[in-house]
Design a binder for this molecule. Structure first.
Ligand code: GLC
Length: 414
């Protein structure tokens, strides 16, 4: 029998799950929640939709959790938040033996742990993909140079060569991570020293900036775009290329809503000489609010939504990549994803994670500000990235995180 403040008259336990909705995933999640409630007649699940701007969603969750609100009970966490929320004491450790942690990709699982304990369960994996219009572009670009050439050629026919998320929020960092890797750079080295002022990083940001000015193959509007604005530009037939996540693939397939149905394909982002093709690793996990009044019901919901059956259904219905490795062998998955299932599995395994640290949000915000300033033409990429590296390293020094992560004596900063 339910007890506590939020049981309703019929003695049902009421729990809330909070998540964003992009593309077509809203109705699917609702179907799965309904199925869960049929299997658990004593639990009533309410869905609380939140912004699909990852940075805004983060701010909202921080406000709720900081205020010790028990609602929402289950949280959709971006892969980059779990260590921060766990370190703050905002998530319940997950100790359910029925959750087989070895069934998931190692990288997605690592992002769910903090201090040796598990604080979330991987839900779906995101990898950055390059979408292209097959009627405008001869084939997948094999280098960044070719990407530019194809985009320059395409702007004779469509308004934009490339569309990507360049608003000042987390999505911009994921785009940057991909160009950074494409030029051979990274955000941090193994001793947690921020390296975003490296020559490779300057080249990467210059390449992004040049797309806007002087090449004019990406519109200045990208500086305000998130995932969905980017998708709409491509879906409405206005762009030859788009950088986006897997969800966009099936979301644009319906010819009633999409002008490009049947006219697009997907490939990895290409690289420059000296770099490597890079896809940012993103995705979501489900965690349980530390102040929930219904931990058992919350855990049951997390286990249900992340179970193989629901993950397979999600992949088939909306093309999102599962976090359980075995699902990639399912025949039903073969035609469901943007790329063949084996390639998708490899893409998740080789995608580039963002640093796993409780300071990630702070560091990312500093980077976002400077990236955006450079893209808007207010400062040069060199100046922006030098400032970003200085501020980001300053935060790491001030908090002593390096010592915490590596123990004493600290890995010397050179
Ligand atoms: C997607 C990814 C997430 C990333 C965000 C950025 O939601 O899954 O990891 O941080 O996009 O916009």
């Amino acid at each position: 029998m339910a007890c506590g403040g939020r049981a309703d008259e019929s003695d049902r336990t009421v729990i809330t799950i909070s998540s964003s909705v992009v593309g077509t995933d809203g109705p699917l999640l609702k179907r799965q929640i309904d199925r869960f409630m049929r299997a658990h007649p004593n639990i009533d699940v309410r869905f609380h939709r939140v912004s699909d701007d990852a940075t805004q969603r983060h701010q909202l969750f921080v406000q709720w959790l900081n205020a010790r609100a028990g609602d929402p009970d289950v949280l959709e966490l971006d892969v980059i938040w779990t260590s921060e929320f766990a370190a703050a004491g905002w998530l319940l450790p997950i100790k359910d033996p029925s959750i087989d942690t070895t069934a998931f990709f190692q990288g997605t699982m690592e992002a769910c742990r903090w201090g040796g304990a598990l604080y979330a369960v991987p839900w779906y994996a995101d990898v950055g993909l390059l979408y292209r219009r097959t009627d405008l572009v001869p084939r997948k670009p094999r280098s960044l140079e070719e990407l530019t050439q194809f985009a320059q050629h395409a702007v004779r026919t469509v308004p934009f060569g490339l569309a990507w998320m360049g608003a000042r929020y987390e999505g911009l960092v994921t785009v940057f991570v991909e160009y950074l890797g494409a030029f051979g750079g990274r955000i941090m080295d193994d001793s947690m020293r921020v390296t975003v002022e490296s020559p490779a990083a300057v080249q990467a940001l210059t390449f992004m900036r040049d797309q806007i000015t002087p090449l004019k193959i990406a519109p200045r509007d990208v500086l305000t775009w998130h995932e969905e604005e980017t998708r709409f530009a491509f879906q409405n037939g206005r762009a030859a290329f788009m950088r986006n996540w897997p969800y966009a693939y099936s979301a644009m397939a319906d010819s009633n809503q999409s002008r490009v149905a049947g006219k697009y394909a997907v490939s990895p982002m290409p690289a420059a000489p000296g770099g490597r093709p890079t896809a940012a690793l993103g995705g979501a996990q489900l965690g349980i609010n530390r102040w929930t009044e219904h931990p058992a019901a919350a855990l049951a919901l997390v286990a249900f939504i992340t179970a193989a059956e629901q993950q397979l259904e999600r992949a088939v219905a909306i093309g999102e990549f599962p976090t359980r490795r075995a699902i990639y062998d399912e025949p039903a998955l073969r035609a469901a994803l943007a790329i063949p299932a084996d390639d998708a599995r490899r893409a998740v395994e080789s995608a580039t994670p963002r640093p796993v640290t409780p300071l990630y949000t702070q560091l990312s915000e500093l980077l976002q500000i400077e990236l955006h300033r450079a893209l808007a033409g207010q400062v040069t990429p060199e100046v922006a990235l030098r400032a970003a590296a200085r501020r980001m390293n300053g935060v790491i020094e001030k908090t002593g995180l390096r010592e915490y992560m590596f123990g004493r004596p600290a890995v010397s900063a050179q």
